[in-house]
Design a protein around this ligand. Structure first.
Ligand SMILES: Cc1ncc(C[n+]2csc(CCOP(=O)(O)OP(=O)(O)O)c2C)c(N)n1
Length: 298
C-alpha cells in the first residue's frame, strides 16, 4: 500500500513492507528490524520472481517478520516454521522458501526440525535471529543464552552450555552457514543473497540486541551499547572451524561465512534414488525434465 499522505516521503523499503501494519511491535534498538531490512536489501537484488518467494516464521519477536514482509508469508505455531516450510517446498518445489525466526523458536522447541532439515538438505534458507533469550515471553533462558548470563529463569546466571548454532547445523549437513551481527549490515545482506542463491539448506545466524530484556537483565546498557560491543568484539574469520564458534558471555564473537559447499538436495536424492530403483516407471517430481537428463548423464 503506498503512503496516502503526500507529505510523508515513501519509505525506501515500502515495496516489500506491509505499511498498513506499521508501526511494528519491536522495541527501540531491537536488532530484528535491521535483520529484516538486510533481507529486503538482498531480495531487491535477488533475480527470482518475488511472487515465488515465501517467508515462514514461528512464534516470538522475530516470528513477527512474516507479518511485516509484503510477500506470501506464514506465521506458524511455535517451533514449527521448518516443517511448515518443508511442506510448502515439497508441495510446490518452484518456490524459494525462507524461514525467518528466533533462536528459541528454531533451536529449542524447533530444534528437532532444524537438525533434520539440515541432514536432509531440504532446499530452504533459514535466517535465525539470535538475541540470546526468549524475548517475546519475558526473557527466559534459551538454548543460546551464554554461560553465566542472567535471564528471568536464571537469576543467578545460566549454568547450561549453549548451542553453537553454526556447528549444530554444519555438522548435520547444511550447505551454507554464516554468522553476522546486526552491525554488519552490508555483509549480512550479501550473505543472505548468497544463501538465497544456494540450492539446499542454507543457514544464517544474526546476532542481534535485545535491549529490553537481555541487556537490561545483564546490565549491558542500551541496544546501542550492544552494537558498540559488536563493533569492538566481533572478528571476521571466514572458514573458521565450526568448533571454534562458541559464544561466551561478553566474549569475542567470530563472524563470517563458515561453510559453502554442494550436496544433493532432499528432492534430488529422492528422484535419483527412485529413478534407479523404478527406472522408467518413475516420474521425477519437482525437477524440470532437462535437468533430470543432465543429472543422469553426469
Ligand atoms: C507451544 C508453545 N510453547 C510456548 C510458547 C510461548 N512462546 C512464545 S514465543 C516463545 C519464545 C520465543 O523465543 P525466540 O524464538 O528466541 O524469539 P524472540 O522472541 O527472542 O525473537 C515462547 C516460549 C508458545 N507460543 N507455544
Amino acid at each position: 500500500m503506498s503512503n496516502a499522505n503526500a507529505n510523508v516521503p515513501e519509505h525506501p523499503m515500502e515495496k516489500l513492507l506491509r505499511m498498513e501494519r506499521i508501526p511494528h511491535i519491536w522495541c527501540p534498538t531491537c536488532g530484528i528490524g535491521t535483520a529484516l531490512s538486510c533481507f529486503i536489501t538482498a531480495l531487491e537484488k535477488f533475480d527470482y520472481p518475488l511472487d515465488k518467494v515465501v517467508v515462514v516464521s514461528g512464534i516470538g519477536c522475530t516470528g513477527r517478520v512474516a507479518g511485516y514482509i509484503k510477500l506470501d508469508s506464514f506465521h506458524t505455531t511455535h517451533g514449527r516454521a521448518i516443517p511448515f516450510a518443508t511442506g510448502l517446498k515439497l508441495a510446490n518445489p518452484e518456490l524459494k522458501v525462507v524461514v525467518f525466526s528466533g533462536d528459541g523458536d528454531l533451536a529449542a522447541i524447533g530444534g528437532n526440525h532444524l537438525i533434520h532439515a539440515a541432514r536432509r538438505n531440504m532446499d530452504l534458507t533459514v535466517i535465525c535471529v539470535n538475541n540470546f533469550i526468549y524475548a517475546m515471553t519475558g526473557g527466559q533462558t534459551a538454548p543460546t543464552t551464554p554461560l553465566t548470563a542472567n535471564s528471568s529463569t536464571a537469576p543467578y546466571g545460566n549454568s547450561e552450555p549453549p548451542f553453537n548454532l553454526p556447528l549444530l547445523v554444519g555438522s548435520c549437513g547444511a550447505v551454507y552457514v554464516a554468522r553476522w551481527t546486526a552491525l554488519h549490515i552490508r555483509r549480512l545482506a550479501n550473505s543472505i543473497g548468497e544463501a538465497l542463491n544456494k540450492k539446499g539448506f542454507s543457514f544464517i545466524e544474526v546476532i542481534a540486541p535485545c535491549s529490553t530484556l537481555y541487556a537490561r537483565r545483564n546490565r549491558l546498557g542500551t541496544g546501542l551499547d550492544l552494537m558498540k560491543f559488536y563493533h569492538d568484539n566481533s572478528e571476521i574469520r571466514h572458514g573458521a572451524p565450526l568448533e571454534e564458534l562458541d559464544i561466551g558471555f561478553q566474549q569475542k564473537i567470530i563472524v563470517g561465512k563458515f561453510i559453502d559447499r554442494e550436496r544433493p538436495t532432499f528432492l534430488e536424492n529422492w528422484n535419483n534414488w527412485l529413478s534407479q530403483k523404478l527406472g522408467d516407471k518413475f516420474v521425477p517430481y519437482g525437477v524440470a525434465p532437462q535437468q533430470m537428463q543432465l543429472r543422469k548423464a553426469g
